[in-house]
Design a protein around this ligand. Structure first.
Ligand code: B12
Length: 303
């Protein structure tokens, strides 16, 4: 039996996954999995990567070349394999990440993401096509009664934990002399989207101050002045928080010391009504964290 045949069978059995389920996840026939496990067929490179991702193990482990099940963060930093990611790969990754987290296997979920970083997935792809996709699936499951609110909290909190580990990967040579202050309005507890905006702006070369939710308006104004902020980024998810966005913008624009500050907004209500950002008095809007970088550059006339 080849190293792969042995390891594949061992991994599948230890995780209590049937050949049929695994075949469904990979989009291949059940007999193909059986052939891999008997050593009569060998997967191509793409399927090998999918298998390693699925089980959260290194390629060497999967091929039976060594017993190091997943790699440490330090070795990941120097590796950089640069694997090409299709939208399908990322959907698969999102689904697998979701399954692992919901099943309580956080170590494997974390290794899965860190291995993708090692292979060269772009942070923006990871955020938008893996985490954002998974979070939206979680929301849909909650809405249809298939998932309880505790699981929604657990999933989003764990995703923030994984994102926190990625800070050292947010580096870029460009440095703009502009500070961006990021807040979610009063009462708004959703702030992962805003956090993604913050991280991608940081990667693009802006200095960011992610303040999260529930800050008094006077404290936001004080921070804008003290940091000589170029941009205030405001997020709202619940539509009943749109008035709070409007009030915050009015208060900031009234302040003499904030005359130069540009205000950018985003979040679900602004994605639903594409002219709402103008109605609340903002200077810019974007529907995604990736686009937010372009909007910020345009507002400040850089890049
Ligand atoms: C995680 C989550 C939570 C977490 C939030 C944790 C946290 N720290 O953020 C918790 C558990 C606290 C929570 C609470 C609630 N939630 Co909730 N939640 C979600 C969930 C599953 C994911 C949200 C998320 O992170 N999405 C992923 C991010 C990346 O997407 P995004 O926010 O749209 O952000 C992107 C863009 O919009 C944009 N963007 C966002 N902000 C900004 C800002 C700027 C300046 C710019 C330029 C761009 C930008 O860029 C981002 C990245 O591309 C959604 C499901 C969904 N479809 O989103 C429900 C969802 C938003 N929640 C919902 C509800 C109803 C609630 C609760 C009322 C009840 C509950 N489920 O517990 C409370 C309300 C709390 C409150 N007062 O705010 C509903 C809202 C429906 C509605 N519109 O009325 C949703 C849609 C679930 C559903 N399907 O019904 N929730």
């Amino acid at each position: 039996m080849s190293g792969l045949a042995f390891r594949l069978k061992e991994l599948r059995k230890s995780r209590k996954i049937s050949q049929k389920i695994l075949a469904g996840e990979l989009g291949v026939a059940q007999t193909t999995i059986a052939n891999y496990e008997q050593g009569t067929r060998f997967p191509d490179e793409r399927v090998l990567h999918m298998l390693a991702d699925y089980f959260g193990v290194t390629m060497d482990y999967l091929l039976g070349r060594n017993d190091v099940i997943n790699v440490s963060r330090d070795s990941q930093l120097t590796a950089g394999v640069n694997y090409e990611y299709s939208k399908e790969d990322m959907k698969f990754l999102a689904r697998h990440y979701m399954e692992l987290v919901l099943s309580g296997d956080k170590q494997t979920a974390n290794s899965l993401i860190m291995n993708e970083i090692k292979k060269g997935i772009k942070i923006e792809d990871l955020y938008l096509h893996v985490f954002e996709h998974a979070l939206k699936q979680i929301g849909a499951l909650w809405e249809s009664g298939q998932l309880d609110v505790a699981s929604e909290h657990y999933f989003s909190n764990f995703t923030i934990t994984v994102m926190n580990q990625l800070y050292s990967y947010l580096n870029n040579q460009t440095r703009y002399p502009y500070n961006v202050i990021l807040v979610s309005v009063n009462g708004e507890l959703h702030n992962i989207g805003l956090r993604m905006v913050s991280d991608l702006l940081e990667m693009a070369g802006f200095k960011t101050y992610f303040l999260g939710s529930n800050l008094p308006t006077q404290s936001i104004i004080k921070t804008l002045e003290e940091k000589h902020a170029g941009i205030l980024a405001v997020s709202a998810t619940m539509d009943y928080h749109v008035n709070a966005v409007r009030d915050l913008i009015t208060a900031v624009k009234r302040e003499e010391g904030c005359r130069e500050v540009k205000i950018m907004v985003g979040g679900a209500p602004f994605n639903l009504d594409r002219s709402l950002w103008k109605e609340v008095g903002a200077d810019g809007y974007s529907s995604s964290a990736e686009e937010a970088v372009t909007v910020a550059k345009n507002l400040l006339g850089v890049g």
